[in-house]
Design a binder for this molecule. Structure first.
Ligand SMILES: NC(=O)c1ccc[n+]([C@@H]2O[C@H](COP(=O)([O-])OP(=O)(O)OC[C@H]3O[C@@H](n4cnc5c(N)ncnc54)[C@H](OP(=O)(O)O)[C@@H]3O)[C@@H](O)[C@H]2O)c1
Length: 279
């Protein structure tokens, strides 16, 4: 289905560009099949220069002239953008949204025409082809549309179809997920410096440790808990570190942080949805 499809990326910022780069590099589509929109002319010129795609600042033209519309603006502006482009949707299109918190039902209230809407939550490892992108179908989606989403998002990593009710939790877990890992690594780099290691060495050690640990998690059948137990000998150095983290309720704190992200996704969805079609 994608070999002739025209794809319009509405709001081609960080995530939009990661997806554009991913599908072009994976040869899922050719550059001439893609048009991107955003407001900044200079950023659009950079997109044209880097990827050879077409660009426009006219969101309505982008929606009118493409078959697959990828909505990649922030949730906070989604209502206003949808209200502007609502008259430009036509039967036969597929709409994909990556916005946190915004439900397929809300988007369908603007698109009409029984247009299938797919909600996807990728994450920033899309930039290196290692995203995880859970997706769900709205009320008009079918297996054919699931294939479209899976083809596009497979270009930047792995995909999995889920129920929409899981999407806010997924946003908090894997959408926000890379930030939890980066924060942990920032803390480890600082700890290395606090012990007197040069910053470049601390950074290099932490970077390779993170890469090696991630590879172990992905490439061995063991769970993270089993892998941790394997390196934690009774009364050893790792045991001392883990006992301190446990005494400070590290896991409870982490869980509370993830729940905050989930609640924020819900809030963003609710706040954005105050703008109704025709307003
Ligand atoms: N970043 C993540 O880790 C991540 C992960 C999963 C999902 N998401 C979702 O992806 C979406 C985009 O996130 P992002 O991090 O890529 O944000 P971003 O870099 O700010 O991209 C959003 C883009 O929308 C453009 N924009 C704003 N108003 C517009 C309008 N009226 N018409 C057309 N374009 C407009 C902005 O460009 P101009 O200012 O030039 O218009 C901006 O480049 C969000 O909904 C977010 O929830 C993000």
């Amino acid at each position: 289905m994608l070999d002739k499809a025209r794809i319009g990326v509405l709001g081609a910022g960080n995530m939009g560009e990661a997806l554009i780069g991913g599908v072009i590099k994976a040869c899922i589509v050719e550059a001439h099949q893609i048009t991107a929109s955003r407001r900044s002319d200079s950023a659009l010129a950079a997109l044209r220069g880097t990827w050879g795609i077409s660009t426009t600042t006219d969101n309505c033209a982008l929606v009118r002239d493409n078959d697959i519309i990828l909505l990649a603006v922030k949730p906070q502006v989604m209502g206003d953008v949808l209200a502007c482009v609502a008259p430009c949707f036509r039967p036969g299109q597929v709409v994909i949204s990556i916005a946190a918190g915004i439900t397929t039902t809300y988007i369908e209230s603007f698109t009409g025409n029984d247009i299938p809407v797919i909600r996807v939550m990728p994450n920033t490892p899309a930039l290196v082809g290692q995203a995880v992108s859970p997706y769900c179908l709205g009320q008009h989606g079918s297996a054919a549309q699931a294939l479209v989403a899976s083809q596009i998002f497979s270009a930047v990593g792995v995909t999995v179809q889920v129920e929409e009710g899981m999407m806010d939790a997924i946003t908090a877990l894997s959408g926000t997920g890379p930030a939890y890992v980066f924060y942990l690594l920032e803390g480890l780099i600082e700890a290395g410096k606090a012990m007197g290691l040069p910053e470049h060495l601390s950074r290099a050690l932490v970077r390779q440790t993170a890469y090696g640990a991630a590879k172990l998690v992905v490439e061995t059948p063991r769970t993270p808990a089993q892998l941790r137990a394997q390196v934690t000998s009774p009364q050893g150095t790792t045991h001392a570190a883990m006992s301190h983290l446990d005494s400070q309720h590290f896991l409870g704190l982490l869980e509370a942080a993830v729940l905050k992200a989930r609640d924020r996704a819900l809030e963003l969805g609710k706040a954005a949805s105050t703008r109704k079609p025709g307003q």
